[in-house]
Design a protein around this ligand. Structure first.
Ligand code: GLU
Length: 476
């Protein structure tokens, strides 16, 4: 049951939808609309519907549909219904059109392209806004040889007020809205009409979408009313802008949402970033998924557009990596490791790596790359690091390090730490003089997590083997 317009009493089940057109790859702008719709449904314990608006067959691609489905899955924006595809609902649209023709809320229009062009030119010459004047509204006879389109009989007077939750009331004069074509001469339904039938059939109570659709709302509301349905509540959310203030586009690197997966972002971090664009909750910046659901309210989204800031997204990603229980991050790290050819199911090692690396990596891609040495049998040593640290002096110390480590009875970070410190004291050098050659020998580079943690993760056998191959340089 729908509520009176603009209102949403508590007894009503909220039903929201995300209705992307697969004409371009889903990017963060679309994801934010999806997120707001999903969050509001979850917050209100309602339903979230996914609907693919693929009626533009020339511009829709299978690849774009795949990115929508995989992207939503990766993000965990699960739908309670759908995916519906508009191209599979043509029979339903035809049925509604036939009903409207029978009821007189739609009519056949036989105006030819030439006639419409002439009408338009005349209006432009008189400096009037081009619009269809309703020439065929009262025509009862077909015009032989002219395949008709179907037009909606829009009310001619009064105004339509969109009680928008983000923009406030926005009023449109009916006189400005001409009779929209709802079916082309080949019988195919048009975009705005399909949206109306779907929103009605799917019981959508709240339409949350980009504010580039605000101008469609009054026409859609008129059609819904003509169909005897109560329009949903609308919330038109502002666009995301690029850092230069223009609408976010490919030019700003607005790529497929799956690219963020590839780059090693956690879905929760991306969602956290997007929810904060145009919405706030006190001065809280970091939200878990549950916190977002508990705090989000579509009524609080503001209408100013916000700019995308990659640095902040990176910061949030690291915050989420640090706050999430390591076990939850493991599958994402595994996915990144697979991209660089490493297939590991060693849960203890994977969790250990996350704990050791999360303070020094902003993405899981970075984490996987700098942890590769912990998963492979042999490594390449960076020549510059070798020249600096695996010099005769460094290698001399490494020989002693090897002896001490080989003698350890237990292989744990504290035991390793104690052994290395003892050696440093005995040699009267800082720990760094020992740790750096050791690091280069085991990791191949001069940066890694604390050396005791690193060796603990690497294990005794691999550590000693790597020390042996570094020590072999002495004689090489
Ligand atoms: N299919 C439209 C788009 O991708 C959205 C339509 C709507 O939400 O009503 O822009």
């Amino acid at each position: 049951m729908r509520a009176p317009e603009g209102k949403c009493p508590i007894y009503m089940t909220v039903v929201t939808r995300f209705a992307p057109s697969p004409t371009g790859l889903l990017h963060v702008g679309g994801v934010r609309t999806a997120l707001f719709s999903w969050l509001y449904a979850r917050r209100m314990k309602g339903k979230f519907v996914l609907r693919v608006e693929d009626t533009d067959r020339e511009r829709s691609t299978d690849e774009a549909v795949r990115v929508i489905l995989e992207g939503m899955q990766w993000l965990g924006l699960d739908a309670d219904e759908g995916p519906y595809y508009q191209t599979r609902r043509f029979d339903r649209y035809r049925e509604v059109i036939a009903g409207m023709l029978a009821a007189g809320t739609a009519y056949h229009c036989y105006c030819t392209k030439q006639e419409l062009d002439a009408l338009r030119e005349g209006q432009l010459a008189r400096k009037e806004k081009p619009r269809y004047t309703g020439l065929c509204r009262s025509r009862t006879e077909p015009r032989p040889g002219v395949p008709p389109v179907v037009r909606f009989r829009n009310p001619t007077d009064g105004a339509v007020v969109v009680e928008d939750l983000v923009h406030g009331p926005v009023s449109f004069q009916n006189a400005e809205l001409d009779d929209l074509i709802i079916a082309r001469s080949d019988g195919t339904p048009t975009y705005n009409f399909c949206v109306v039938v779907d929103d009605m059939d799917m019981g959508i109570t709240h339409v949350i979408r980009g504010d580039d659709h605000l101008n469609n709302a009054p026409r859609q509301m008129n059609m819904l009313r003509a169909l005897g349905s109560t329009p949903p509540v609308y919330a038109h959310v502002p666009m995301i802008l690029g850092p230069d203030g223009a609408k976010l586009s490919k030019r700003h690197g607005a790529v497929s949402v799956l690219q963020y997966e590839e780059e090693g972002f956690l879905p929760d971090a991306l969602l956290n970033y997007l929810v904060r664009l145009g919405w706030s909750h006190g001065d809280q910046e970091v939200f878990t998924r549950d916190e977002m659901i508990a705090a989000f309210d579509i009524h609080d989204v503001n209408k100013a557009a916000s700019a995308f800031n990659n640095e902040k997204l990176l910061w949030l990603n690291q915050q989420h990596m640090m706050r999430a229980p390591p076990a939850r991050v493991v599958p994402y790290l595994q996915a990144q490791l697979r991209r660089i050819g490493i297939d590991s199911n060693d849960q203890t090692l994977l969790e250990g790596v996350i704990l050791a690396q999360r303070e020094r990596a902003k993405t899981l891609k970075e984490m996987a790359q700098s942890s590769r040495f912990l998963f492979v049998d042999s490594i390449e040593v960076d020549p510059q690091a070798a020249a600096k640290h695996l010099n005769p002096e460094g290698l001399g110390r490494l020989g002693q390090v090897r002896e001490r480590l080989a003698a350890l009875s237990e292989w744990t970070a504290p035991a390793i730490n104690a052994a290395l410190n003892e050696l440093a004291t005995q040699l009267a050098v800082g720990l760094g003089k020992i740790a750096q050659p050791l690091r280069v020998a085991v990791a191949g580079v001069a940066v890694s997590p604390p050396i005791d943690v690193t060796l603990g993760l690497l294990g005794r056998e691999r550590t000693l083997l790597r020390l042996d191959s570094a020590l072999a340089r002495k004689t090489a």
